[in-house]
Design a protein around this ligand. Structure first.
Ligand SMILES: Nc1ncnc2c1ncn2[C@@H]1O[C@H](COP(=O)(O)OP(=O)(O)OP(=O)(O)O)[C@@H](O)[C@H]1O
Ligand SMILES: [Mg+2]
Length: 429
């Protein structure tokens, strides 16, 4: 494979493990629709900014890159308006940086924010930059995620409440229990972890969240998605139905009087509105591959793919994980879990084979328990309500902890596997 200088630099700077560690340690809110122009001096920094521009958190921003550093920036803006953000790479000494910035200030519109990337690590320089109104100073070499964080942080007030994390749950195939797991995870997050959460039922025609939480709200997500101009926090608040102290539902109508064809951006404003006020948003994404489902998955903070242990699920889960990894190179990889494992007499693909194909352990392997799940579904209850001490309820709590960043995936993975499955995994390894 022939790679250009940008790709080589990105690959060297951002090995997957580094990206994952960075993604795990902080939560960066996406930037709004802003224009960003970078003036770089080195190919490494240009590559990092380029990769940042392709990150999901800067999907709405418009990022342009050129070489030439501060001199090129001053030249460029002599006769044209400045963008929302200018990123300047300045390889030179502190005095030259400050002098160059003074020139830039003369041609820079008020309101444009300036981020400087330099090599000099010096408090005096930092103070001078702050005094001149520079918004952020990054010390080279910078990684993709450093650039993403810096630009996004310009638009999230430092004293603002932490914004909501989006967890998207999707099935590798229809009927594998993705919705059931999504609803139970949200229930645990609200009830046991006491984190305010909202479940968004995106299966408008057939969604079961209303049934599963024993709710019959008169309004829900349809009222928002069909009137995009009216979507604001007031409307979304009114459409939520409260299921428990810390858990609300944005329910699907589950009626067939209209059809549900959506554009790729149909749910953007609803999700953005929720993100501003709710710490945890669980998206119950139906098993479809449409522009809007892909967009919701790609832009989520974390993804859980639910798969049953058969060949079609294995293929689909692998395709989904591969595609989402490629679309989110600076994020933790999508998690997956197995569900409905151990149906009597059914030949199954082992968790070890899944792990091999997906190059990652499942977060959990939830056994097939028709009595437990059937009782919960028919009574409009959660698994934890039917049987709080059941080992499946324990697994669901483990999943919720990992997905909210309260437990390490590795540890949870080990402890979530039932002894039988661990044995199976050893045997087939
Ligand atoms: N581990 C399990 N053991 C037994 N039954 C289960 C288990 N997990 C889910 N179920 C049952 O499987 C059925 C399908 O579940 P669910 O509706 O959550 O799947 P889904 O993947 O969301 O399906 P859809 O593709 O229709 O959205 C439900 O009746 C649910 O109670
Ligand atoms: Mg479903």
């Amino acid at each position: 494979m022939i790679r250009n200088a940008y790709q080589v630099a990105v690959a060297e700077q951002q090995p997957a493990a580094v990206a994952e560690a960075a993604a795990a340690e902080d939560h960066i809110a996406p930037a709004p629709r802003v224009s960003v122009q970078a003036f770089c001096e080195t190919v490494e920094t240009a590559a990092a900014v380029q990769a940042a521009g392709e990150d999901r958190r800067l999907a709405k921003a418009h990022v342009k890159i050129q070489m030439g550093g501060i001199t090129a920036a001053v030249e460029a803006y002599r006769n044209s308006a400045t963008p929302n953000v200018i990123v300047i790479e300045a390889e030179s000494r502190a005095d030259d940086i400050l002098g160059g910035l003074d020139h830039l200030a003369e041609v820079c519109d008020a309101g444009t924010r300036v981020v400087v990337i330099g090599r000099v690590n010096d408090v005096a320089l930092y103070r001078e930059l702050t005094r001149r109104g520079v918004s952020d100073y990054l010390i080279a070499p910078v990684g993709t995620i450093d650039v993403v964080r810096s630009i996004c942080n310009l638009y999230s007030a430092p004293d603002a409440k932490p914004v909501g994390r989006i967890v998207a749950v999707v099935g590798a195939k229809g009927g594998v229990g993705a919705s059931t797991i999504a609803h139970n995870i949200a229930y645990v997050i609200g009830r046991d972890l006491a984190v305010d959460s909202v479940v968004v039922d995106l299966d408008l025609a057939f969604g079961t969240a209303g049934l599963d939480y024993n709710q019959d709200p008169p309004q829900g997500i349809a009222d928002a998605v069909f009137s995009p101009d009216r979507v604001d926090s007031g409307l979304v608040d009114r459409l939520l139905s409260k299921c428990a102290d810390h858990l609300s539902l944005l329910a699907a109508p589950a009626t067939l009087d209209r059809v549900y064809d959506f554009g790729a951006e149909a749910f953007d404003s609803i999700v953005d509105t929720l993100r501003n006020s709710v710490p945890c948003i669980v998206l119950d994404v139906p098993h479809q591959w449409a522009g809007w489902t892909r967009r919701l998955l790609v832009s989520a903070d974390d993804i859980l793919v639910v798969a049953a242990p058969d060949l079609a699920n294995l293929r689909n889960a692998k395709n989904m994980v591969d595609l989402l990894r490629a679309a989110r190179p600076n994020d933790r990889r999508p998690y997956y879990c197995l569900n409905q494992v151990g149906i009597p007499k059914r030949p199954e693909i082992t968790p070890a084979d899944f792990a091999k194909a997906l190059e990652d352990q499942p977060l959990a392997a939830i056994p097939f328990e028709p009595q437990l799940f059937g009782t919960a579904a028919n009574n409009g209850q959660m698994i934890g309500e039917v049987s709080a001490n059941h080992k499946t309820a324990e697994m669901l709590r483990g999943l919720a902890q990992v997905l909210t960043g309260r437990a390490e995936a590795k540890r949870a993975r080990g402890s979530l596997l039932t002894p039988l499955l661990s044995k199976l995994m050893k045997r087939s390894a």
